[in-house]
Each structure stands twice: as C-alpha cells, then as structure tokens.
Design a protein around this ligand. Structure first.
Ligand code: GLA
Length: 390
C-alpha cells in the first residue's frame, strides 16, 4: 500500500547510466535535490509570514556529460521524453513546460555571469510531478547545483535560492513565494525548517526520535484553475493589507481583522493568513515539547482554514483529510502545498501507518474511483548538503 522510496544512490546511478547512453560518454557531473512537504504555514510565504516545511526522501537526480557546443540535450526518465534547448534561446520559454525549469535556471545563472557549455543531461525523479511535493523546486535546485559542478563557479545558497525562485516566476510564470526553493536547498536531515519569509532567516527544528510518522497521500488530481487562483489569492491579500494600512499581512493582529468585515472575501483571506501565522509558531512549541496531539490539532485547524477561509482545497483533499482524521492513531491531517489537488499530509503513530494508509486508500478509491499514492516521508537533507557530499 505504501510505496517504497527509491534510494538517492539508485536514482543517481540511473541518471548516470541514462546520460552515458544518451551521449556515449560516462557521466562526469552529478547533482540532486529533494522534494518537500509543508508541515504547516500555508499561503503565508508571500505574505512575509512564517512557514514550517521539510525536505523529504524523494529526489530529483541529474547527471551530465559534455555535449554539442551551444546545445543542451535533456533526457527525462520521469517524463519519458528527450528535449533539446539552444543556448542562444535561453529567454524564449521552451514549448515543454518541464524544460522551462531547467532553462529558467540556466538563464538566471547566465544573467549572473555563469555560462553553461553544451551538455547532455539525464534527469531521474522520485518526486511525483505535479503532486504538490515541489517537483519543480527539486528540478530547479538540482539544475543549479549541476551547473555549478559543470562550470566550477558557485553561488551562495541565498543566491541559488533566488535564482531558482526567479526561474520559476519568470520562465514558468508562477508568482510563487520563497518557501519551496528555500527548504529544498537548506533543509537538514531529521529537522523541519522554520523560515521567516520577511528577512529569510531560518532555523532547523529537530523532530526528535519519538516523533510520529508522516504519511503523504496524493489525491492524484491537479485542478487547472490552480495557477490563476494562486495569483488571485495574492492580490486579495495585498488588497487586505492596503485596506488595513500595513505593508503585509504579517503585521496584522487578529483584533484588527474586524476592520475588514465589510469586505467578506478579503476578510476571509486575511483571517486565514493571520491565524496560520499563529499556528506555525504554536506548532514549533508543540514539536519542541513533543506535544503531538497539539500539533495534530493545529494541522486540522489549518486545513479548515484553507478550506473555508482561503478556499484553496478541493473535494479530494477534503475527503483525504476527513478520512485520515477519523482513523485510530492519527493526530491530524491537512492539505499541503498550494492546494486545488496535490497531497495531504498525515501525522500518525508509526505502528498504525500501514493500517491507516490501507483504510484511507480503500475508502478514497470507493468514493473517487482510483487509489491515491501513499508515501511515508522522512525529514531529509537539502540540495546543499546532498551535493556537497556527491
Ligand atoms: C506553492 C508555492 C509556495 C507557497 C505554497 C502555499 O507551493 O510555490 O511558494 O506559496 O504554494 O503555501
């Protein structure tokens, strides 16, 4: 029922073998980056608030060998496709959306004076694409580290994060916040990352050996309204800040929200952001004290707020959260990531993991018509640490 996570070493070996087959030369450079889940703190990053994500033990691995000058050939085992990109067309978005993440990062490095030579590249990934586990940030940061290995020119972690965020915004056209790229780069094994999105400072928070397990359940849907709705939520938050006379919703306390009462939708959006920021700080205290019931309660409240006030959930996510929460051994469950599909995350006693995955998946299948993907995830190292060790 629970799919096993392939090891990072096996992914790197597959990428190396694939590039050798593509180019006829042995792989010379390698890089990898993990996917992520967000424990709590959703849609707060672009409001300069707090988030609490972690990197997971699912990865995108890349290997490269020298290629034809002026050209990048990329073979993606995940997409079962091979594409090429002309290095003199770095700024015209590639016709294949997944290639734009690779292209976007190469273009950002180019802008910073790091020129990519002709390359053959293979990409292998255990991060489900489009599943809300940041497959895009994993591809961006793996590309960034690969490019640094190839050129021998390195950026700082902060610059690498910035280049990846800009690649996503400009080339993929998603006005994302900084959470995904930051945690994918900076995460440490066994820890969640408390990130203050205003000044971009972060602290690792250890989960501890007694922590319950984390189960990710993938709805298998990605609703097409997601991108427009994301930009719309950002605009509504900006409207709320303007009405309240503050720069960002980070600066708002719950007592001030009453001033938005006349603006129903804007009031709802701001209520979510303000209460979610409080939940993140509460969650850090709950983790430090090993209060898993309290963390579960905060996760459930976060889901309700995203469903009712922020309106970024969907039928499938609500069903998963509801089914999981009703199971024995489950502390809490919520949607994770941008919403409108993707994954739910469940905090569950380790010895109940298989039973919960089996029961939720069976009931979901009966109601929706297909079995969801189930993965146990562990808090893992970020790209910076992984690539330093390669
Ligand atoms: C997406 C974005 C992030 C963040 C989340 C919602 O994953 O890429 O920046 O806004 O949605 O928390």
């Amino acid at each position: 029922m629970i799919e096993s996570n392939p090891s990072l070493a096996s992914l790197i070996d597959s990428a190396s073998a694939a590039v050798a087959e593509l180019s006829g030369h042995a792989a010379r450079w390698r890089a990898a980056a993990p996917g992520r889940v967000n424990l709590i703190g959703e849609h707060t990053d672009y409001n300069q608030g707090w988030v609490l994500p972690m990197a997971i033990d699912r990865y995108t691995a890349m290997a490269a060998a020298p290629g034809v000058p002026g050209q990048i050939r990329v073979r993606s085992l995940a997409m079962a496709e091979e594409r090429s990109l002309s290095l003199d067309q770095l700024h015209t978005p590639h016709r294949d959306p997944w290639m734009r993440y690779v292209q976007g990062v190469i273009a950002q490095y180019d802008r910073r004076g790091v020129r990519c030579p002709g390359l053959d590249v293979a990409v292998v990934s255990s991060v489900p694409p489009g599943g809300g586990l940041s497959s895009s940030a994993a591809l961006e940061l793996a590309t960034a580290h690969l490019l640094e290995a190839v050129t021998g020119q390195t950026l700082t972690p902060a610059e690498r994060i910035q280049a990846s965020v800009q690649a996503e915004r400009e080339m993929a056209g998603v006005p994302c916040g900084i959470m995904d790229q930051t945690v994918v780069e900076l995460a440490e094994s066994g820890q969640v990352l408390l990130l203050d999105c205003a000044d971009q400072t972060s602290h690792s928070v250890p989960l501890g050996l007694q922590a319950p397990a984390l189960l990710v359940i993938d709805t298998g849907v990605s609703h097409s309204l997601a991108e427009g709705a994301y930009a719309q939520r950002r605009a509504e938050c900006e409207q709320a800040s303007a009405l309240l006379g503050v720069n960002t919703l980070r600066d708002v306390r719950s007592e001030q929200l009453a001033r938005l009462k006349g603006e129903v939708v804007v009031h709802q959006r701001a209520t979510h952001v303000v209460s979610e920021n409080e939940r993140v700080r509460d969650a850090v205290a709950a983790i430090a004290q090993g209060q898993w019931d309290r963390l579960g309660m905060l996760m459930r409240a976060s889901h309700r707020s995203l469903r009712d006030d922020y309106e970024v959930s969907c039928r499938e996510l609500d069903l998963l959260a509801e089914l999981a929460t009703a199971e024995r051994g489950v502390y809490g469950a919520r949607m994770t990531g941008g919403g409108f599909g993707g994954c739910a995350i469940v905090l569950v006693e380790t010895d109940q993991l298989e039973a919960v995955a089996g029961s939720v998946s069976g009931q979901y299948d009966d109601r929706i018509g297909w079995a969801p993907g189930c993965y146990r995830v562990q808090a893992s190292a970020g790209a910076r640490e992984i690539c330093a060790a390669l």
